[in-house]
Design a binder for this molecule. Structure first.
Ligand SMILES: *Cc1c(COP(=O)(O)O)cnc(C)c1O
Length: 310
């Protein structure tokens, strides 16, 4: 039995009406630890444990850390997650709920990651949130499920942080002979490391992240994601935090599922009736999910953008 579940693939009437296309949803938000990350990270954890790992280490206070904690609990292997002081109480609580040993260290992810690296002992496996072929292979299973359904796709919309999801989806397209299907890669303003790299023709390192979509906050995409931006048809789109937040709120009303702004970014293309979607009919939205946001926090951020008092 794998750590991830096969998720529903549904046609969304509200998103279809909003976008004037046939909007299909792959509901990765329904994965037990809250996001698609368990597909790739679960597979990587299983692999390293089979190779003898006795402890799993992560430096992600987000959904990647959640997936490692979940995998470790299921596979009865201890998990240590080192997170920076900026990590929300909610994220720390969720990690502890999954039984992880949570160490809080440093002002930013950089310092937390350094401590995590310095802790590595012989039988430890460090689980990278996005830059590992095992992770991409695991993420690709979501496209296996779509291919199995027989749905004919014209485009896929997904969000990009470090690019692991993108690499996995493209791998899934390749291994199911669906590779001509274009991918629309969405980021928020202030986290657009893929967009800038595609424009520059080389990997660009963002100086800082200024978006509320913390799960998209990789300063730099992985090499494989950059290579894909050249070899595959990838349409890069950047949306505002406000659009992403409004999409979260609308999606909660429409489908009764709460997602993070990182996921709202992809859904915003439908709700904003983005012209990028115009030339496609059947469009698959990867509803990547996210466990770290609460509706109160999303509304607080939204109020900030709408200049309404909280
Ligand atoms: C990790 C994550 C992303 C981005 O995935 P990458 O593999 O880093 O590109 C998007 N949305 C959510 C909810 C995530 O957890």
């Amino acid at each position: 039995m794998s750590l991830h579940i096969e998720t529903p693939l549904i046609k969304s009437q509200p998103l279809s009406l909003a976008s004037s296309c046939s909007a299909w949803l792959k509901l990765e938000a329904l994965q037990p630890p809250g996001s698609f990350k368990i597909r790739g990270i679960g597979a990587a954890c299983e692999y390293y444990i089979q190779k003898g790992a006795k402890r799993l280490i992560s430096s992600s206070g987000g959904n990647a850390g959640m997936a490692v904690a979940y995998a470790g609990r299921f596979l009865s292997v201890p998990v240590t997650v080192v997170v920076p002081e900026t990590t929300t109480e909610r994220a720390k609580e969720l990690l502890k709920q999954e039984g992880a040993n949570v160490i809080i260290h440093g002002a930013s992810w950089h310092e937390a990651n350094e401590l995590a690296m310095s802790m590595l002992e012989e039988n430890d496996a460090f689980i990278h949130p996005f830059d590992d072929p095992l992770v991409w292979e695991g993420h690709a299973t979501m496209i296996d499920e779509v291919a199995e359904s027989g749905l004919q796709l014209d485009a896929i919309v997904l969000s990009v942080g470090g690019g692991g999801l993108l690499c996995g989806v493209v791998e899934g397209l390749l291994r199911n002979q669906l590779d001509p299907v274009p991918v629309i890669a969405v980021e928020t303003e202030g986290a657009e490391s893929f967009h800038k790299s595609q424009l520059a023709g080389k990997i660009v390192n963002l100086e800082s992240i200024s978006s509320v979509a913390s799960s998209l906050g990789a300063k730099q995409i992985c090499n494989r994601a950059f290579q894909i931006s050249r070899d595959h048809q990838i349409i890069s789109v950047v949306v505002s935090d406000k659009s992403a937040l409004i999409a979260c709120e609308k999606f909660l009303n429409d489908h009764r599922i709460l997602v993070e702004p990182a996921c709202g970014a992809a859904l915003a293309l439908a709700y904003d009736r983005s012209p990028v979607l115009d030339k496609f009919d059947n469009i698959l939205f990867i509803v990547c999910g996210g466990a770290t946001a609460t509706i109160d926090q999303i509304r607080q951020w939204l109020a900030m953008y709408l200049n309404v008092e909280t």
